[in-house]
Design a protein around this ligand. Structure first.
Ligand code: GLY
Length: 295
């Protein structure tokens, strides 16, 4: 497989909404360090493998709110959600509020082969153990201090995600999150739903921001469904963000359409999606690509 038509875009959450565990430059470096190896995997092994590689690396980087470094919920525990979908077999699989695993995205991936594709809570964690995923405590000191300091703070959000198109035109999207921080235990985020993660042969989307808002607009599924109707990505994103802004929604997304067009948008000027993208002609990240990007 050559590099010619492989395209990858990844995100590390939604700018100022990420909290204060890292600087803008650290987020940029973290994304760029994941981008190169994941792009190699995409070009060698296809879209799903590329997305999985990117998300695994971001889940391992403690500055991102997914896997290790996830935010703590109101009861001081970490519960994580992740999902994966691609156009090869159009199976959506995910885990909701899983705990004590290193890579929620790997458990989501493993569920593709089961008769039930989405599991939650203790049953998701028990499933992971049965499948050989060992115990891993994802709480970092920085997140624990943030939790203790912010007991009455406003919600902040954060997520990681990736969308890829490979040389065969297969599209894959994945998202992984530690949630918004300080949420009521049991809250269900958008990430392991078709509002936060969706892919089919028309395109793929991974969202970041306030899950409740993303679910209200069924964002990822709506973008892809409109792409299927041959509406241009730019128009879809412009209309969706306008609607989101008018409803005071706070979210952003990364996307790729079947033609390999990248799209990054958010509902508010103050929410800049932290992203990095790569294809055979471009390598850009949020510090040189601007807040809104259609490429
Ligand atoms: N978008 C991540 C969350 O709301 O949990």
């Amino acid at each position: 497989m050559g590099n010619g038509s492989c395209k990858l875009i990844i995100h590390g959450g939604a700018g100022r909404l990420e909290g204060k565990v890292a600087t803008k430059e650290q987020y940029r470096l973290g994304l760029c360090e994941a981008l190169g190896p994941a792009y190699e995997t995409l070009c060698e092994k296809g879209a799903r493998a590329g997305v999985m590689h990117a998300i695994r690396l971001l889940e391992s980087d403690p500055i991102f709110n997914a896997g290790t470094g996830s935010k703590l919920q109101r009861d001081g525990r970490v519960r994580m959600s992740a999902a994966l979908m691609d156009s090869e077999d159009a199976v959506f699989s995910g885990v909701i509020n899983i705990y004590d695993v290193e890579h929620p995205i790997e458990v989501a991936h493993s569920l593709r082969d089961e008769s039930h594709h989405v599991l939650s809570g203790s049953e998701a964690t028990e499933y992971a153990r049965r499948k050989g995923f060992g115990f891993h405590d994802p709480i970092t000191m920085a997140r624990f201090i943030e939790y203790r300091k912010a007991l009455r703070s406003r919600e902040k959000f954060g997520t990681v995600g990736a969308v890829a198109v490979d040389e065969k035109g297969i599209v894959a999207a994945g998202t992984s999150t530690g949630g918004v921080g300080h949420e009521i235990p049991g809250r269900v985020s958008d990430s392991a739903s078709v509002a936060g993660t969706f892919a089919d042969s028309a395109g793929g989307v991974s969202c970041t921001g306030k899950g409740e808002h993303i679910i209200n607009q069924a964002v990822a599924a709506q973008v892809v469904s409109r792409l299927r109707d041959n509406i241009p990505l730019k128009r879809i994103l412009t209309e969706l963000m306008k609607e989101g802004a008018s409803r005071k929604h706070e979210f952003g997304l990364i996307s790729l359409d079947r033609n390999g067009k990248f799209g990054v948008r958010s509902t508010r000027r103050s929410i800049s999606v932290l992203y990095a993208l790569k294809d055979s002609q471009h390598e850009l990240n949020f510090t040189d690509g601007g807040r809104n990007l259609i490429l």
